[in-house]
Write a protein that binds this ligand. Structure first.
Ligand code: GLU
Ligand code: MG
Length: 480
């Protein structure tokens, strides 16, 4: 899986499309284009060009250093933390040498190619447009560490078997009054969990979030207050996996931008208050063949077809190692605890909100369209391209191996005997150990990306080793 196809349209087509896009954006009074990618720390990074530079960017890419593949949540790089790394145990350097050898991270260049299909004026940032980037080398080869190209490869692998996947990523966030990074959150609403009062306290803000998302062409399904203080959620319509990952980046960016316009700031971090309910980033997905939803009308549990069951069983079996891509931050394990609706157990169940894999069939009558599965344990420190790509890899491996689901969990697993249902890894090192055993993820990600992720995860684990929950939260609350 390491050799990735070039997915860019031919150069002449790129030039023609970039010219059309430039004209369109000029009419929309756009001056600058933000071209973004998400790094292995789960942070959205950006280079921007003036509108007049968009055509050149589409043709030749925008320069970006390869060292971003080693960046951590605190903007240090994995290579810097060798001392801390050795505290985490295991080899100081990754076998494939994916962490740049000392001193080399400053050398070299990659090119960011904006995906013109996703280019959109930013409604909450007048004068700006945004596009997600695929990363290529200066020689014009796909960068093997590009997370978005990885997700594209997995989407293509599913398509090659006649399968299409529809996915959607729910976005939860906590909104607080703007303030300095070291400040604890002060909430602009004291309304109760799911309280109507939160809508009146923040009526204009929420309306602007909704409008901005819709103006950017997104189809919002729901927007509502959540459980934790100042917490809200927005969900959008399902689409292809890469598109869903793009959308989750755009949704978060939009929420952030609207928040800034209202003197507020948003946190998508998994843990915002010690001991509190956190922010999840649940991934919904359904599998389709020939226009038919494979989670409906089959003879398996709750109407699953054999193929959908095998796919889900593959995902369920791989959840411990998938956490390295879906729940990758030490902060995530402060959230991923029982009885917080975060899905801390490796089990599945129909509408079971304490199961890491929740099956959703929808209401009678709409099931052929609506039936899907939700991975609850993931959070927004994930690079969404890695998360969706890895889930596809695990699901397709489940189909290859003809896996079946274990018995369903129909109650909160925390109420069962400890040996009845396995608990997911309780910390990042445990998840990394599972990842190190995963041939499926290693094959799918390819050596460079597999080890780059490994070295960033190990370095972040070392960065926060021995720190209290309060310290981890203070260091990460406003980073995501
Ligand atoms: N906030 C919860 C989490 O951390 C999820 C609540 C819900 O089920 O929507 O995942
Ligand atoms: Mg929610």
């Amino acid at each position: 899986m390491t050799t990735a196809p070039d997915t860019r349209p031919p150069r002449a087509e790129r030039a023609a499309r970039a010219r059309l896009a430039t004209d369109r954006l000029r009419t929309a009074a756009v001056d600058a284009v933000a071209v973004g990618w998400v790094d292995n720390a789960g942070l959205a990074r950006v280079k921007a060009v003036p509108l007049s530079g968009l055509a050149h960017a589409a043709l030749w890419g925008i320069g970006a250093a390869p060292c971003f593949d080693a960046f951590l949540v605190d903007d240090s790089t994995a290579g810097d933390s060798t001392a801390a790394d050795s505290r985490a145990g295991g080899p100081a350097a990754d076998p494939a040498g994916a962490a740049p050898p000392a001193g080399s991270a400053a050398v070299g260049d990659l090119r960011l190619y904006p995906d013109l299909d996703r280019l959109v004026p930013l409604a909450a940032q007048p004068g700006w447009a945004w596009a997600p980037a695929d990363r290529y080398t200066q020689q014009g080869d796909p960068h093997p560490g590009c997370q978005r190209l990885f997700a594209r490869r997995m989407e293509a692998a599913a398509r090659a078997r006649g399968l299409t996947v529809r996915a959607g990523i729910e976005v939860e966030w906590v909104v607080a009054l703007a303030g300095p990074p070291e400040e604890e959150p002060r909430y602009p609403t004291a309304g109760p969990a799911y309280g109507l009062q939160r809508l009146t306290d923040l009526s204009d803000y929420l309306r602007e979030v909704l409008r901005a998302l819709e103006q950017q062409g997104l189809s919002v399904l729901q927007i509502h207050p959540e459980y934790a203080p100042g917490q809200f959620e927005v969900s959008v319509a399902p689409e292809g996996p890469v598109a869903a990952a793009d959308t989750s980046v755009l949704v978060r960016h939009t929420v952030r931008a609207v928040s800034a316009r209202h003197g507020l700031r948003a946190s998508f971090a998994p843990a915002v208050e010690p001991g509190g309910v956190g922010n999840g980033s649940h991934l919904h997905f359904s599998l389709w063949r020939d226009g038919r939803n494979l989670a409906h009308g089959g003879s398996g549990p709750h109407g699953l077809t054999g193929e959908a069951e095998a796919f889900l069983a593959g995902v369920l079996a791989a959840l411990p190692e998938l956490l390295v891509l879906g729940t990758p931050s030490p902060a995530g394990y402060l959230r991923l605890v029982p009885s917080r609706w975060a899905g801390a157990y490796q089990c599945w169940g129909l509408e079971n909100r304490e199961a890491a894999l929740r099956l959703v069939t929808g209401s009678e009558g709409e099931r052929a369209e609506a039936a899907n599965a939700e991975i609850k344990c993931f959070d927004a420190t994930a690079n969404p391209y890695l998360a969706v790509g890895a889930v596809l890899a695990a699901g397709l491996a489940g189909i290859d191996r003809g896996l079946r689901l274990p018995p369903e969990t129909t109650v909160d697993p925390a109420r069962l005997a400890p040996e009845a249902v396995p608990r997911l890894p309780a910390d990042l090192p445990e998840a990394i150990a599972a990842y190190e055993r995963s041939a499926v993820l290693r094959e799918a990600l390819g050596e460079p990306l597999y080890w780059a992720v490994h070295s960033v995860r190990r370095a972040e684990s070392a960065l926060f080793a021995g720190r209290t929950a309060e310290e981890i939260i203070a260091a990460t609350r406003w980073r995501y």
